[in-house]
Design a protein around this ligand. Sequence first.
Ligand code: PLP
Length: 397
Amino acid sequence: MPSISKKGFSMPESPIRKLVPYAEKAKKEGVKVIHLNIGQPDIKTPKIALDAVKNNTISVLSYSRTEGSEAYREKLARYYANHDIAVTAQDILVTTGGSEALSFTMGSIADSDDEIIIPEPFYANYNGFATAMGVTVVPVVSQIDNNFALPPIEEFEKLITPKTKAILICNPGNPTGYLYTREEIKKLAVIAKKHDLFLISDEVYREFTYDNKEHYSILQEPGMDEHAIIVDSVSKRYSMCGARIGCMVSKNKDVMKTALKFAQARLSPPTYAQIASEAALETPLSYFEDVKKEYVSRRNLLIGELEKIEGIKIGHPQGAFYCIAELPIKDTDVFAQWLLEEFRVDGETVMVAPAAGFYASEGLGKNQIRIAYVLDKERLKRAVFILKEALKSYKDQ
Ligand SMILES: Cc1ncc(COP(=O)(O)O)c(C=O)c1O
């Protein structure tokens, strides 16, 4: 039989999706599965975005420009200006989700076996994009005991080799919910400049910051024009995950010229979705105020309920809509599968994301799970209750 590529073999499974067959089986048997595993918000997409698609008068659904429609990129530049990020339409490449922006970024800056340093735990698909692009992820461990704050800068410096091309952060973080401070961003900027590295910041959760804390972008930091690359997306901002629109933003002309070649190979980002994304930029600020209020009250409820469970440790999120919980068990992969296959409370169970897949270091995160608080408070409370009962019944295998 013709054989599969080595790269294909080494592609990691998504820890968020790999348990789906067990969940589907449970659902077929009539079990209600509460999903704490996936960051698909239940928040309504702004009507203005949906209406823009419904009411448009396109007669030929054509390709758009490779870099995204001019009108959308102009409006995006204004959006960034409102966030104190000074860029022009030429500094923006519209992509098919933040996912494609991550692939294009890695492809544009790193050759096979080049290294990118990433604080772990990190968004699990960074492993997938890096494997597909032949890039080596070099993890630097952040700790649950200080909410996954930036590891000491000396830890980054120890890992820098001639193959290091970039440091990649997610701010605010998935899966940690950690929001980097201005001082932490400044420290990263200093080492990026000192060692001539790119600093990539995945800012897809920019708006979701809590407790009166403000987001500080790497492109707000002076002197970073040649080093900074932002990865962005409409998926979570406007609850438009299915639109598949994101972008890459950088003032570095060589980076953008190179990324454009990757983009030309896939022709263009989706046309209807750009129309929706452009309209979404008109979403009133009150939308975000309401959404933030909702996430804060969900977070408070979730953390409050989890803290009542004996033996559990939680990283307190200040942004995004995830948290990492450390459980008093050995292997959350086994536990998560057991929840779906065997454990029920009145016909219901929960699905969680085992956290080992959010680490690159072998053996780390095995006793942790990631929880996404994208459900209403009643469902969240019920989910934590089921988790608590499950921990009482579960015996490590
Ligand atoms: C941190 C982070 N970056 C990027 C993405 C990719 O998002 P999309 O491709 O939907 O824009 C996600 C999706 O969950 C994410 O959490």
